[in-house]
Design a protein around this ligand. Structure first.
Ligand code: F0G
Length: 401
């Protein structure tokens, strides 16, 4: 059994309430389970395939889920980058290997399944790109229509391509993501459409499985989990999931939750570093990592709790640091990610350089989206192919062999 609970005033709502924030106080909601009724054991779970649905007893879906086989993503040891920056136990969890190329699929398998369970007829989101690609695909899988609102001109081309091809109604607004989210929230409330941004607590239930998989893959709890932070849903979700394992007695510690933002879009970093009681929005966020170009993170309140309660850190990185790490991941490790994803590893590099990290720490960076999401930013960093006449001498000369 589960219910929705306000994280601020504890007001409870039934599991079938279509509600996104507390009607009593306006704060965020979370999904709460009766932990003592969970009958599955850790070893039962370990015998199932690694995927979001390995953990179904800790998820709120009672119907056959809408799935594209999400989760079960690779965990790579970053040997070369780790050696270079002096962290021998550095790992990357490649969420770009999900069905639509980002971690959003973990949330959407849950969110769209809940839409069906709650008998909703249409789904919608605002997005910096990945959420829209994922929602469009899962809505198609479920056979229901979807609407996505994007900030015009600020969404990477691969993501727009996916949303269009999967058949979403794609609307670009002349405004940023934060405005798009306000608009779609109002649309959903007024028109009975199911909102699948990360303010929807059910969506985050799917994303919490990142933390579960990390522990199952390593076989132990790492010291630190590092995530890029935009709307701050993912870092909150991973923390929330791990508190459930702690309550179940399956783990005895939670990793230090560490959030990385782009320097031009860093309201959570400012709140943590300035010890502020809440996140103060950034009116005009800007960064090459358009996925995390978000000034008013809707899950800020949850993220501050996650970082503070675990003794974590928040840090920002410049666009140059992000792009440089995107190239290093691609060239030194063979791991292709989009700019926002490289932020987590760029952030840990910076934290190590400024002496915030113990070099023996076991660290998992979540890299959130695939390189092909944003080919334009990739091409802009690389020399173009060398074009030659179709002859062997021309080939040898081009290769200088
Ligand atoms: N990395 C990528 C690749 C993302 O697409 C996002 C968010 C994040 C990190 C940050 O995660 O919002 O949970 O803190 N993308 C959203 C979108 C906002 O619309 O696709 P967060």
């Amino acid at each position: 059994m589960h219910r929705l609970v306000c994280i601020h005033c504890n007001t409870q709502y039934p599991p079938d309430a279509v509600i996104y924030t507390c009607s009593a106080c306006g704060h965020l909601l979370t999904v709460e389970y009766d932990i003592d009724t969970i009958s599955v054991s850790r070893s039962d779970l370990l015998s199932r395939p690694l995927s979001v649905w390995r953990y179904r007893e800790l998820l709120p879906v009672d119907i056959p889920p809408v799935t594209l086989q999400e989760g079960g993503t690779p965990l790579y040891h970053l040997k070369r980058i780790g050696e270079e920056i002096g962290l021998k136990n550095l790992y990357a969890k490649h969420e770009g290997m999900n069905p639509t190329g980002s971690f959003k699929d973990r949330g959407m398998t849950l969110g769209v399944s809940m839409a069906i369970q709650l008998n909703m007829k249409m789904v919608a989101c605002a997005s910096t790109g990945n959420t829209s690609a994922s929602l469009a695909a899962y809505a198609a899988r479920a056979g229901i229509p979807s609407v996505v609102l994007l900030p015009a001109g600020k969404v990477a081309i691969g993501k727009v391509a996916q949303a269009l091809m999967h058949g979403a109604r794609v609307i670009s607004i002349n405004g940023n993501f934060d405005r798009a989210l306000e608009m779609v929230h109002e649309l959903c409330i007024s028109h009975g459409i199911y909102l699948l941004n990360s303010v929807n607590p059910y969506r985050l239930e799917g994303q919490k499985t990142i933390g579960y998989e990390v522990i199952d893959q390593l076989g132990y709890v790492p010291d630190r989990i590092v995530l890029p932070v935009g709307n701050a849903g993912n870092i909150s979700a991973v923390y929330k999931g791990l508190t459930e394992w702690l309550d179940l007695g399956w783990i005895d510690t939670i990793p230090k939750m560490t959030g990385i933002q782009a320097a031009g879009s860093a309201p959570v970093v400012r709140a943590i570093q300035g010890d502020l009681p809440s996140v103060v929005p950034d009116a005009s966020p800007e960064t090459v990592a358009t996925a995390i170009r978000i000034g008013a993170p809707v899950n800020g309140e949850k993220a501050l709790i996650a970082i503070r309660k675990t003794g974590g850190i928040a840090e920002s990185v410049t666009d140059e640091e992000i792009l440089s790490m995107q190239r290093d991941l691609a060239r030194l490790e063979g791991i292709g990610v989009e700019p926002a994803s490289a932020a987590s590893v760029a952030g840990i590099k910076k934290l190590q350089e400024i002496g915030m990290i113990d070099s023996d720490e076991e660290i998992v960076c979540v890299v959130t989206g695939h390189l092909l999401k944003d080919p334009q930013t990739v091409i802009a960093q690389c020399s173009p192919p060398i074009e030659i006449d179709a002859t062997l001498p021309a080939l040898l000369s081009a290769l200088q062999l």
